[in-house]
Write a protein that binds this ligand. Structure first.
Ligand code: PLP
Length: 257
């Protein structure tokens, strides 16, 4: 059985973060493991509080997994602070995982900051260069490239500039722009549009986590980059179409086993 490791935050409400990642891995027939970077007290409405895990414990979790178990793909989500990002970068440098999918999580749908601003430079200088693919949404890409993204041309330029930070490929998700949620994949040479149709629902909690984990699982299972992204887009579309009316806020995506 193929394996995947998520390095991310815990969502007590079960819709995003580590919990979404592990559900997505299972749904793809991949054995999931987790390194928890932060614990959030969260539900479908709000993030109430966040406790960062001590960096020594983050390092120990990464080492415990890699020293014993083959890791076919790594997915990185919420890194919370600069020192957590530094720790993850330093620990992963030892093991040099072949596949790293980075979801550069910054702010929750409810507006809670999940990455401190001084961690952005660590993300750019130490984590992005390790990534096989990064999966920013428009607001995250705007922070990474320090620019305004409004059109397809802007998306192409942003992909070029993010890829030059050292990631092998970039999937820039277009869902925050008006119109259909068309995503743009750039592998350093070729641009591929992965088109979608907007699904009108408020139940979109954990979509970014789910998409990036589905990409990691597909890559672990041996898919090419483009296949991994195209299949993950189908999976997230289905997961949002059948998202759950759980709680009073943004309900979670539905995972299909
Ligand atoms: N909470 C955690 C721990 C996360 O990792 C994420 C991921 O992006 C979120 C919340 C954000 O969830 P959303 O913005 O999809 O509601």
């Amino acid at each position: 059985m193929k394996t995947a490791l998520t390095i991310a935050g815990s969502d007590s409400g079960g819709g995003a973060g580590i919990q979404a990642d592990l559900k997505a891995f299972s749904a793809h027939g991949v054995y999931g493991m987790s390194v928890i970077t932060a614990v959030t007290a969260q539900n479908t409405v709000e993030v109430r509080s966040v406790q960062d895990i001590e960096t020594s414990i983050i390092k120990d979790q990464i080492e415990a997994v890699f020293d014993d178990i083959r890791v076919d793909a790594v997915k990185i989500g919420m890194l919370s602070s600069a020192k957590t990002a530094e720790t993850v970068a330093a620990s992963l440098q030892i093991y040099e995982p072949a596949i790293v999918v980075l979801d550069p999580v910054m702010v929750s749908k409810g507006g809670h900051h999940l990455l401190q601003s001084d961690a952005i430079s660590v993300l750019k200088e130490k984590i992005i260069p390790m990534a096989t693919i990064i999966t920013p949404n428009i607001p995250e890409a705007e922070v990474l490239v320090r620019g305004n993204i409004q059109s397809a041309e802007d998306m192409m330029e942003a992909c070029r500039s993010m890829q030059s930070l050292g990631a092998k490929a970039v999937l820039l998700k277009g869902g925050h722009l008006n119109g259909e949620p068309n995503d743009l994949l750039f592998d350093g040479e070729i641009f591929t549009w992965i088109n979608g149709t907007r699904i009108h629902t408020k139940n979109t909690h954990g979509t970014g986590c789910t998409l990036s984990s589905a990409i990691a699982a597909n890559l672990a299972n041996g898919a090419s980059l483009i296949e991994a992204v195209q299949e993950a887009k189908k999976y997230i579309t289905l997961a949002i179409t059948h998202s759950l009316e759980i709680g009073n806020g943004h309900g979670p995506t539905h995972h299909f086993y």
